[in-house]
Write a protein that binds this ligand. Structure first.
Ligand SMILES: O=C[C@H](O)COP(=O)(O)O
Length: 228
């Protein structure tokens, strides 16, 4: 299980470099808020580790999302991560195909992460369970669950161990990897290891519990020790 940590700036990324994946985002612009391309590029130049970039929590705007995805890939992101904040299988398939094509067109080696939300009912968006087969059909690589609303409720307030294990196992059958996130806590790590996704994503946990604070290097190191 790899640890993905989401810094919000170049300065903060320096404290996150011991993570397995450095995930550039702008939390002030949403759960999967997009940061500036020059921030992605500078963080990429600081590490040999894979760099991921969130490109936003999107309504059904496949053209805009494709351009964002291409921009993030050109700026140096190895993983391009997009959130689906809309409903409808046909629209989701069209959107995921467009984003995947935008990344793989010039960068076939790069990884496309399609995120949906554990609290999808709260934001009226597609469920992770409906999204994953569409991600596989569209040629994406990773099916992710995060939370849309960062109000203290986390992944396990919406989905239980059995549901998350079923999601992870089904993705593996489909040939997709799984990433799980959503206000995860140190106390969740043992259960997450049992569920066994390929990646877990955190920010609040390594900020000391408050995702609007800054990442603490010592907490990233603690999390790295505990996920192994
Ligand atoms: O990609 C993962 C997110 O950055 C998770 O953030 P969070 O742990 O504060 O919910």
């Amino acid at each position: 299980m790899d640890l993905l940590v989401s810094p919000a700036s170049v300065e903060e990324a320096k404290s996150a470099l011991s993570a397995d994946i450095i995930d550039v985002k702008k939390p002030s612009e949403g759960s999967l808020g997009a940061n500036f391309p020059w921030v992605i590029s500078e963080i990429k130049s600081m590490t040999e580790k894979p760099v991921s970039a969130a490109i936003g929590d999107y309504s059904f705007l496949p053209g805009s999302a494709s351009q964002g995805a291409f921009g993030a890939a050109c700026a140096g992101a190895d993983f391009v991560k997009v959130g689906l904040m809309f409903k409808g299988d046909d629209n989701a398939l069209e959107f995921i195909k467009a984003v995947t094509k935008a990344v793989k067109w010039k960068f076939p080696e790069k990884t496309v992460v399609i995120a949906t939300y554990a609290d999808y009912d709260r934001v009226d968006s597609i469920s992770p369970f409906d999204m994953a087969p569409l991600a596989q059909k569209a040629g994406a690589d990773i099916a992710m669950i995060d939370t849309a609303v960062k109000d203290g409720k986390g992944l396990f307030d919406f989905l239980n161990e059995d549901e998350l294990t079923a999601f992870t196992n089904k993705n593996r059958e489909l040939g997709l990897k799984t990433a799980l996130a959503g206000s995860l806590k140190f106390d969740d790590l043992e259960l997450l290891k049992k569920i066994d996704p390929e990646i877990i994503g955190v920010r609040g946990m390594v900020c000391g519990g408050d995702r609007s604070a800054v990442i603490k290097e010592s907490l990233v190191q603690k999390a790295m020790t505990l996920v192994r």
